[in-house]
Design a protein around this ligand. Structure first.
Ligand SMILES: Nc1ncnc2c1ncn2[C@@H]1O[C@H](COP(=O)(O)OP(=O)(O)OP(=O)(O)O)[C@@H](O)[C@H]1O
Ligand SMILES: [Mg+2]
Length: 165
């Protein structure tokens, strides 16, 4: 497994900037699985990502529509599984169609869908940190295809060292 990368942001703008850099580096077929508590900054990261893909217009949270699509350099599928009750519902939404096309997927509350995602997708875990506008963003389990993006992120933002490393 690829090693984890953890970044620390101190404002919504910084989280958006992390997303923007990801959007610039994104490749067709990339799938980002976003996790973290309410208000952690998942949608904020997606907004920056959309900017990095040159999507015009504001990306709102699709919580009520579950899935929305935006055109930029690549097609962005923004999926939010907060409201599903059962992993089966993720299948019913037909998200495998989006997962395997040549756009990119950003899936909020991906853990709600159980294990329907193929191996090697990049998990992005956002969480609160000390300080009201501080967050940690941890990347894990991504296959080698995400390595150049991880490299760029770690060169642009100072990674947080895991305890004991
Ligand atoms: N460092 C930060 N990064 C991201 N958002 C931040 C940060 N500091 C404060 N915020 C605020 O936290 C909120 C994050 O909201 P956002 O909708 O992105 O969260 P979310 O994880 O998508 O929540 P939900 O689970 O409800 O979809 C925004 O109001 C934003 O301004
Ligand atoms: Mg959200």
């Amino acid at each position: 497994m690829e090693s984890n990368l953890t970044l620390h942001t101190e404002s919504p703008e910084e989280t958006q900037e992390v997303g923007r850099i990801m959007g610039v580096a994104a490749q067709p077929g990339d799938v980002f699985l976003l996790e973290g508590p309410l208000g952690a900054g998942k949608t904020c990261l997606v907004q920056g990502f959309a900017k990095g893909l040159d999507v015009t217009g504001f990306v709102r949270s699709p919580t009520f529509v579950l899935m929305s699509r935006h055109q930029g350099r690549l097609t962005l599928h923004h999926i939010d599984l907060y409201r599903i009750q059962d992993p089966e519902e993720a299948w019913d939404l037909g998200i495998e169609e989006q997962l395997f096309d040549d756009g990119v997927c950003m899936v909020e509350w991906a853990g709600q869908a159980g294990d329907i995602f193929p191996e090697g997708c990049l998990w992005v875990h956002l969480d609160y940190a000390a300080g009201i506008t501080h967050r940690t963003i941890t990347f894990s389990e991504g296959s080698a295809r995400y390595q150049p993006m991880m490299q760029t992120l770690s060169e642009t933002f100072s990674p947080v060292r895991d305890a004991g490393v």
